[in-house]
Design a protein around this ligand. Sequence first.
Ligand code: FE2
Length: 287
Amino acid sequence: MHTAETHTTMTRELIKTTAGIPATDGAGVEMTRIIGTPDLNMLDPFLLLDSFESDQPQDYIGGFPDHPHRGFETVTYLLEGRMRHKDSAGNEGVIEANGVQWMTAGKGIVHSEMPEQEDGLLMGFQLWVNLPKADKMTEPAYQGFAGTEIPLEQHNNGTLVRVITGRTDEGTVGPVVNNFVRPTYLDIALPAGVVFEQSLDYSDNVFIFVIEGDVKVGEKLQSLGKRRLGILSGGERVAITAGSSDSRFLLVAGQPLNEPVARGGPFVMNTQQEVLQAFDDFRNNRF
Ligand code: FE2
């Protein structure tokens, strides 16, 4: 039945916005924490979103020296600059502009993430994606792709879509494979006034984060400004319209796990007991 009301529920609308809070992590890296704050503790399965953007070396030069993770995945997406990654299993590499590293920490990894630059702009995001209870102790794994390996979909209206994971309506598929929460992670550049549409599973949790310009969400055209995150309602279709200037935003979606979450710094498990076990394992070199 195509009443106006059912039509409205098909398109996802803006239900909450947040700008995040200034935070310091690692060895004095200045960033904005957008998910993982008192205002937005999590958006299942997304546990944390940090945005870093600075051309002042003192804000980032300390990097993130050796630290552990267990029970979830870390996704680093760089827009500008270079970061060197090294871990306890001997893996090492440099993430460059437009590149992504999707790391499944699983049962445990100790790694460092250090800027591979002494000055200039460093800009990007780190997203934490939870693992299902059954997969928290999976073997650690990496999926890393340079910017040139990430498909860039171009529309006739000037829209550019970088597809990190998931599938666009035009059929472009991102290189990252994740069967845990079947995420979608798109980086979309939209000319002023142009609309971008994407279908998603109704039950996916979805957020957008505005990198440049400003956008209007859904059919109600509610505004979301630069450096703000917007959570979208349930629905089968996302429609985002660029405002009066060219805009760029991330669109991230995933299936909620609906499982208990116990956090302890770099460990995210289902119970407090499992978090204490992770600290114990780390202290006793069982990672
Ligand atoms: Fe880390």
